[in-house]
Design a protein around this ligand. Structure first.
Ligand SMILES: *[C@@H]1O[C@H](CO)[C@@H](O)[C@H](O)[C@H]1NC(C)=O
Ligand SMILES: *[C@@H]1O[C@H](CO)[C@@H](O)[C@H](O)[C@H]1NC(C)=O
Ligand SMILES: *[C@@H]1O[C@H](CO)[C@@H](O)[C@H](O)[C@H]1NC(C)=O
Ligand SMILES: *[C@@H]1O[C@H](CO)[C@@H](O)[C@H](O)[C@H]1NC(C)=O
Ligand SMILES: *[C@@H]1O[C@H](CO)[C@@H](O)[C@H](O)[C@H]1NC(C)=O
Ligand SMILES: *[C@@H]1O[C@H](CO)[C@@H](O)[C@H](O)[C@H]1NC(C)=O
Ligand SMILES: *[C@@H]1O[C@H](CO)[C@@H](O)[C@H](O)[C@H]1NC(C)=O
Ligand SMILES: *[C@@H]1O[C@H](CO)[C@@H](O)[C@H](O)[C@H]1NC(C)=O
Length: 331
């Protein structure tokens, strides 16, 4: 039964030219090569060297044929540490999930992780990885989730990430990425969560951002973004959370923000935003949190704020408003 289940996958493997270096003439050959790669990685060296039992090793999940689909070693009991590059990633054609969060990984990222044709979930967060994010990650076209937050990646966000058409979640937070946000990223039409906060990103938010129609959360806070908030933000009808605080964004708040009636949280504090608050803010009837503090916003505080009956936090301090707070804003 197991071999019947396996057969179609093997055909798929052999049709990928990349794997010509790792030719599996039989299911047994594939399984042996997976076991050998696990053993030689040394990741489980303190635990076991009995590869016949590898499907029961901590953090290993196999399919019915015994081929490995998940590698998620529990960081509480074993740390991969500086052995990240010792795994021969070309031996896991069926791997779907690789989770190495909190593993004390350091140094650069082995580009070989880009040779995992079925990988859907890659989590390298909370490590000490440095240097450039390999542009070859753009080859992992089945990825649904990519989390590399809390490392020390530098240089720019590789535009090749825009090849990851199935991506739903992209977390790049807490690194040292600099340069602009590649506008190509905005072609990721399935992207729902985009976190780029706490980096050193520069330039303006691309106007193409309006293409990401599925976006529900956008976090670009704590960077060096400038320019103004693009009008096209008004296309992101599913947006619930937007945080652009602590940048050097200027210009005024576009009235198109009022089209985003699913918004729950808006944080624009600590920028150079000027002009008045658009009256259309009153359309955001689901808004619970609005922080516009520490900007250069002028004019009167609009009456329409009184429409926001779900608002629990309103922060407008350190701006240049004139006139008084209108009656009815704080029921
Ligand atoms: C990785 O595995 C393949 C197939 O078993 C082998 O051809 C290749 O030499 C291995 N690479 C390393 C660096 O061990
Ligand atoms: C990772 O970096 C942090 C801060 O730079 C440091 O405190 C920690 O010791 C490093 N960990 C490893 C495993 O290198
Ligand atoms: C990674 O950390 C180990 C100690 O855990 C250290 O010996 C090694 O030099 C580090 N490698 C890099 C590239 O920083
Ligand atoms: C993987 O990515 C690299 C760099 O982006 C590229 O040169 C290479 O052709 C890609 N390989 C495959 C199999 O797509
Ligand atoms: C979204 O993902 C589906 C597959 O899940 C894919 O067919 C489609 O092309 C993607 N959409 C965009 C806009 O990239
Ligand atoms: C925004 O920052 C970029 C990169 O630092 C710079 O080239 C550009 O002139 C700045 N634009 C504005 C409007 O300040
Ligand atoms: C107040 O909210 C309602 C929807 O609940 C909307 O129709 C109306 O235009 C809003 N008023 C203002 C001043 O924005
Ligand atoms: C408030 O500021 C606006 C624009 O800066 C100005 O037109 C208006 O006269 C000011 N009103 C008061 C009461 O100062």
């Amino acid at each position: 039964m197991a071999s019947i289940d396996y057969e179609p996958k093997l055909v798929a493997i052999l049709s990928i030219p990349f794997f010509l270096s790792c030719i599996f003439v039989s299911t047994t050959g594939l399984l042996e090569s997976e076991g050998k790669a696990l053993l030689e990685s040394g990741w489980w060296s303190d635990y076991s060297d009995l590869t016949s039992n590898r499907c029961n090793w901590p953090g290993i999940v196999c399919d019915r044929a015994g081929s490995i689909t998940e590698i998620s070693p529990p960081p509480e009991s074993l740390k991969v540490g500086n052995k990240f590059g010792k795994m021969n990633f070309s031996c896991f054609p069926n791997l779907v999930r690789l989770d190495l969060a909190n593993h004390d990984l350091n140094g650069s990222t082995p580009p070989q992780i880009s040779i995992l044709p079925h990988l859907r979930y890659l989590d390298l967060s909370s490590n000490n990885l440095t240097g450039e994010l390999p542009s070859s990650l753009g080859n992992l076209t089945q990825l649904v989730e990519l989390d590399i937050s809390s490392n020390d990646f530098t240089i720019t966000i590789p535009p090749e990430l825009s090849n990851l058409k199935n991506l739903v979640t992209l977390k790049l937070s807490y690194n040292s990425f600099s340069g602009p946000i590649p506008s190509a990223l905005c072609h990721l039409g399935n992207l729902t969560h985009l976190q780029m906060d706490h980096n050193a990103l520069e330039g303006a938010l691309p106007t193409e951002i309006g293409n990401m129609k599925n976006l529900e959360s956008l976090d670009g806070s704590y960077n060096r973004l400038n320019g103004s908030i693009p009008l096209e933000i008004g296309n992101l009808k599913n947006l619930e959370v937007v945080d652009l605080s602590s940048n050097i964004i200027a210009g005024s708040i576009p009235s198109t923000l009022g089209l985003l009636t699913n918004l729950i949280t808006v944080k624009f504090f600590g920028n150079q935003i000027n002009g008045p608050i658009p009256l259309e803010i009153g359309h955001l009837t689901n808004l619970q949190y609005l922080d516009l503090g520490g900007n250069k916003i002028t004019g009167l505080i609009p009456f329409s704020l009184g429409n926001l009956t779900k608002l629990r936090t309103l922060q407008l301090s350190r701006n240049q408003f004139n006139g008084s707070i209108p009656l009815g804003v704080f029921p």
